[in-house]
Design a protein around this ligand. Structure first.
Ligand SMILES: *[C@@H]1O[C@H](CO)[C@@H](O)[C@H](O)[C@H]1NC(C)=O
Ligand SMILES: *[C@@H]1O[C@H](CO)[C@@H](O)[C@H](O)[C@H]1NC(C)=O
Length: 674
């Protein structure tokens, strides 16, 4: 199959004849021979592959034709091009090809029969692949590929490719692998692709594509992808998954990409409108498209079926485009109310799963007694463990929230950008991505107003006002926690609980900074964030639309604080509460905002272009605006106190080196034991 070998430089004849290429012409064959002569170092490898393939092809014919038509195979070209350096002169060969192609034409005057199965050659691919100058040979680069076989698919991919090319974050390549005999220039002009798109085109169609069998085209797609991969190393390959694309193409390409370990991104039919944010991502982010996974976890509360059902319904309506569905874990309380029970009986996740296996996990709690905050924190965190901390992340959802249908677009977009983009030192400090923009501080007694930003456009500082921002305060309503940080959190809570058991209560650190309307684990997250200088990215949109809305009508306080919060609220309602500003967030019964429903990019500030982390405002957990350095210094000061009061470290304890994913440097407990 991959009989095309290393293409050659500066062959004028090749360039000239490319334009008047027709199947089966002499020029066609002449080029083939020239190309073959220039095999170069990988020839022997390719020779082996070709031999193996020929054997397979042989078997295929044998079995395919055995019972019915023993004559047929003889009509097909049995010519196997010699590959040695002393290969015989090519002259005698073109006639045979001519006759074969004439026969094929005669057979199928109007619609060609797709029955040709001969060896595969790519005559047009060599020149463009060899001309690739965008560091195609290095395994990590900025190349991305759009590949299509069907012209309809090409037409839906090209505008996206052009947009990405104009953004100039990636080098965009486009490969046509189909049967159609359209010239590349016509393909470009029909789809309005000009020079300004900056797309490098590759004609990856095999010879005799029009009359090729599906099987030959499948093998050809795989082989073409292999060649392109050798020269371009695309970090991600986009294909159309709207249903227009040829089945053989998707099959061949997907299989080969899987064996080569390359990323394939399937674009659904409305990608040109809804998924344009992909054009803003860099090749490094795009290559993580399928590798990064997100688990969802919902902590359901007793007698709160209404909220849970509302959340699950919004999840069902969310658009997951062509991404695989996340796993969903629902933690159920000891007593499940009747409506929840009935709802869960009929609940399917993923929603469109007819044949695919369920991704839903239900967990049910056993103890009947009330749960304290330590137990509750531990139990909640135990709900997830990342197998691969750099790729498995968790989205925490409170049953109070209702999600925008577009929330997964935003989540994947920001996750790929801020976690996986190349050259982003700020990723170290990124603890989580919040979908919720809270209206109050964590103590829930003071209103929170998002900061405005001065972002840089070129060299000018522009006061754009609305901007996403980095805040030290974590979120428990709807936030994605990164796997590596989750592991660190486990260690932190584990050691904190151990310290609480064995050591006297700390003095300065025992004040609770997080309101009891939030679950108890959030306090631990805040402490870790303060000690490490971690932050959470919060969204901020130009209008009132939100990614999530919080419903307080069916609000249930966290189990561990249920008694306290209820009595506080009752007191307030009776005008007896000492502090009327208790639980500000719960008072705004009509704080429910509208959900983002149309187009993500148009709703985001700066037309959806995400600011660099260092251009965003940074806030401490109590709302003070700081520089990144400032946050780091505050973290050092905090961890100093923490080590002494909670960590059990004495003044003479050596400062320990921080280990990735561990908090051993904040605690001296283990040393004392051993
Ligand atoms: C942003 O710009 C405003 C006025 O242009 C200025 O007062 C403010 O200090 C700037 N903020 C930052 C963080 O640079
Ligand atoms: C709650 O937090 C805000 C921001 O840090 C602070 O200004 C306010 O005083 C706090 N309220 C109480 C009651 O501690």
């Amino acid at each position: 199959m991959p009989l095309l070998q290393r293409p050659f430089h500066g062959d004028e004849e090749l360039g000239k004849k490319d334009d008047d290429h027709k199947q089966g012409t002499k020029g066609h064959m002449g080029r083939a021979w020239q190309q073959r002569r220039l095999n170069g170092p990988r020839r022997s490898n390719l020779k082996k592959i070709a031999l193996v393939l020929l054997v397979i092809i042989g078997f295929y014919y044998f079995f395919k034709n055995m019972p019915t038509d023993l004559e047929q195979p003889r009509q097909r070209p049995s010519f196997i091009p010699p590959t040695g350096p002393n290969a015989p002169a090519p002259k005698s060969v073109p006639e045979r090809y001519d006759s074969v192609s004439k026969m094929a034409d005669d057979d199928a005057s109007e619609t060609p029969l797709h029955n040709f199965n001969g060896p595969i050659k790519f005559y047009q691919l060599a020149s463009t692949l060899h001309a690739v100058t965008t560091r195609g040979s290095s395994p990590i680069n900025q190349n991305v590929l759009f590949a299509a076989a069907s012209l309809k698919s090409a037409a839906s991919l090209l505008p996206i490719a052009c947009d990405m090319g104009i953004r100039a974050r990636n080098y965009v390549h486009f490969a046509l692998m189909g049967r159609d005999d359209i010239s590349m220039d016509i393909l470009k002009s029909v789809n309005g692709v000009g020079k300004d798109c900056g797309i490098t085109f590759h004609d990856a169609r095999p010879d005799f594509s029009i009359s090729s069998s599906d099987w030959r085209m499948e093998v050809s797609s795989a082989a073409a992808f292999k060649h392109i991969n050798d020269f371009v190393n695309p970090q991600a390959t986009f294909v159309d998954s709207s249903g227009e694309e040829e089945v053989w193409f998707l099959k061949g390409l997907n299989q080969r990409a899987a064996t080569l370990g390359r990323t394939i991104i399937e674009l659904p039919d409305n990608a040109g409108q809804n998924l344009m944010w992909i054009t803003l991502l860099d090749s490094s982010s795009l290559s993580a498209w399928n590798k990064a996974s997100i688990d969802f976890i919902v902590h359901a509360q007793p007698s709160a079926s209404g909220s849970l059902m509302r959340l699950l319904e919004s999840l069902k309506k969310a658009d997951f485009f062509s991404s695989s569905y996340p796993r969903l874990t629902i933690e159920l309380p000891r007593d499940i109310d009747e409506p929840s029970k009935r709802y869960l009986e009929g609940f399917k996740w993923p929603p469109k799963s007819d044949h695919s296996s369920s991704l839903l996990t239900l967990r049910h709690r056993i103890p009947q007694h009330g749960i304290n905050s330590d137990e509750s924190s531990a139990r909640f965190l135990e709900g997830f463990w990342p197998a691969n901390p750099s790729a498995n992340h968790i989205l925490v959802l409170s049953p109070q929230v209702e999600l925008s249908p577009l929330f997964y677009h935003y989540l994947k977009y920001t996750m790929l950008e801020y976690k996986y983009a190349g050259n982003n030192p700020a990723v170290e400090n990124l603890l989580s991505l919040s979908l919720d923009l809270p209206s109050t501080y964590l103590n829930d007694t003071t209103k929170f107003t998002p900061p405005v930003s001065n972002s840089t456009v070129g060299d000018n500082v522009v006061n754009t006002g609305v901007s996403p921002f980095l805040w030290q305060a974590p979120n428990s309503n709807a936030a994605l926690y990164f796997g590596d940080k989750w592991i660190e959190l486990h260690d932190f809570v584990s050691q904190s609980l151990e310290s609480q058991r064995t050591r006297p209560t700390p003095t300065t650190l025992n004040e609770k900074a997080v309101s009891k309307t939030y679950p108890s684990w959030l306090e631990h997250v805040l402490r870790l964030a303060r000690a490490r200088g971690y932050w959470t990215l919060y969204p901020n949109f130009e209008n009132e639309d939100r990614l999530v809305t919080l419903h307080n009508d069916l609000y249930q306080p966290p189990e561990e604080f249920a008694e306290e919060v209820k009595s506080d609220l009752e007191n307030e309602n009776d005008e007896l509460g000492a502090d009327p500003s208790h639980y500000l967030s719960l008072k705004n019964k009509d704080s429910e905002t509208t959900l983002l429903k149309t187009n993500l990019l148009s709703m985001m500030p700066n037309k959806g272009e995400l600011p660099k982390p260092w251009d965003m405002p940074v806030l401490t957990y109590d709302g003070e605006r700081v520089e990144v350095d400032g946050l780091h210094k505050l973290g050092l000061a905090y961890s100093e106190i923490f080590r002494r009061e909670v960590g059990g470290c004495g003044l003479d304890d050596m400062e320990k080196v921080k280990v990735e994913g561990e908090v051993g440097d904040l605690f001296c407990l283990k040393d004392q034991k051993s």
